[in-house]
Design a protein around this ligand. Structure first.
Ligand code: ATP
Ligand code: MG
Length: 404
């Protein structure tokens, strides 16, 4: 692994806290299914993160883990394209978290907005714990362990990625300086060949002396192309470029999702705890029942009252599920009282049922074959562990924790 590959590597995770719903599908899973063909993807079921909030109710975790795995696979995440695994089956997450905890200022953790927000949002839980305070650091360890350069997130997670970047920067700054770093870097430059070496030196000077960011980018691109030097030398030269040491843990960047927030049955954001969700494994009958019961424009009390889609919680779902032509007809029917609310809901019910059918067929296959599911997760953990071990070998070495 090197910085070069890190830009092709994605890490993302989900807390196992129940079955997944259409919000997860539209907001996250559909994008994962695309990403798995474009990047080397690691998708992690973060069961330890579930403990940071739900440490009082642990009985359900393994069921939730299996449910989430089935839902991912049902949505089209493929074990032949991506690595699917359970966080606690790769104990290296805990080791890196511990090591990073030594260098993470408390003030950085207290400053992460979700720390206060979640405590205020979940007043019934005792969240003034060490584990909960440290959960952004565990998340940072999850990412840095794989040297993943790309992390798909929603806007609410940006602060966590920024935190992971700061931790990586601090780590590299403290430990990236192996003995004789400058000499080794200078030797590596010579290995680039005369022309490339001169170019590297000029770009490095332009960045370090004039803060020329373009020069930095050009130099990075130049390094990436180099085939003739070792990965270790490459990492040295990446670090030397910026005036730091070796880049041990590359800084991840967020890949901001442009998926819309899927509204739920009551018009608010669809969420499991909101009681307003359609789950991926809801039967066709359940889907129909849930949508039929949805409230509509509150001003449309009688069938003869004209309605207004702008005030109707069903409408935002039509905007996602229903074609433009049908929507025009529905809008017309609604505002002229030409159709009733159940007529309007019909095409939506069908569209959701149709979307879920292939997912549910796949889910049924995996549910009928728990051995297969277990082996997918075991193989995923094995692959993930191999990568994790490589990072930790370097990290231990940098910290002087190698006893041989
Ligand atoms: P909870 O009610 O416990 O908060 P949730 O249903 O909101 O659960 P989370 O575990 O909070 O689910 O979310 C997991 C991921 O799914 C997050 O990245 C979140 O942004 C995304 N997500 C959840 N609900 C939606 C939604 N309605 N639309 C788009 N994305 C969503
Ligand atoms: Mg949520």
């Amino acid at each position: 692994m090197s910085l070069v590959d890190s830009e092709r590597r994605v890490l993302s995770g989900m807390r196992p806290s129940g079955r997944l719903h259409l919000g997860h599908y539209h907001g996250v899973l559909k994008s994962w299914v695309k990403l798995q063909h474009e990047y080397e993807c690691f998708f992690c079921i973060v069961d330890w993160h579930a403990l940071t909030i739900n440490y009082q109710e642990v009985g359900q975790i393994s069921q939730h883990v299996m449910d989430i795995a089935v839902d991912w696979l049902a949505a089209g995440v493929s074990p032949s394209s991506a690595t699917l695994f359970i966080q606690s089956q790769v104990p290296e997450h805990a080791e890196l978290h511990l090591l990073l905890s030594m260098i993470s200022p408390l003030s950085w953790l207290e400053r992460v907005p979700s720390y206060k927000e979640q405590q205020d949002r979940l007043p019934g839980r005792e969240l003034a714990t060490y584990g909960f305070l440290g959960y952004p650091l565990l998340q940072a360890a999850d990412i840095l362990l794989y040297r993943a350069g790309v992390v798909p997130v929603g806007a609410d997670q940006l602060a966590h990625i920024e935190f992971a970047r700061e931790v990586a920067r601090r780590f590299n700054h403290l430990y990236g300086r192996e003995p004789g770093f400058e000499l080794k870097a200078e030797a590596a430059i010579r290995k680039l060949g005369k022309k490339t070496a001169t170019l590297y030196n000029n770009l490095r000077r332009a960045y370090q002396q004039q803060g020329d960011v373009e020069a930095l980018e050009t130099a990075r691109a130049l390094l990436k192309e180099q085939q003739s030097i070792t990965i270790g030398d490459k990492e040295r030269l990446f670090g030397y470029l910026e005036g730091g040491g070796k880049v041990l843990l590359p800084e991840p960047r967020p890949l901001l999702s442009d998926a819309p927030r899927l509204p739920g049955l009551d018009g608010g954001k669809m969420s499991k705890s909101g009681g307003n969700a359609i789950f991926l494994r809801d039967s066709s009958a359940e889907v129909e029942e849930k949508i039929r019961r949805m409230p509509t424009d509150p001003a449309r009390v009688h069938r003869d009252d004209p309605g207004n889609p702008a005030r109707c919680p069903v409408w935002p779902l039509h905007e996602i599920y229903t074609g433009a032509e049908t929507r025009v007809a529905l809008q017309q029917g609604c505002t002229s009282a030409g159709i009733g609310c159940l007529d309007c809901k019909g095409p939506l019910i069908e569209a959701v049922q149709k979307e879920l059918q292939p997912l549910q067929a796949r889910a049924a296959d995996y549910q009928a074959n728990p051995e297969l599911l277990r082996s997918i997760l075991a193989e995923g953990a094995e692959r993930a562990r191999n990568e994790a071990r490589e990072t930790l070998t370097e990290v231990r070495l940098a910290l002087g924790l190698n006893y041989r």
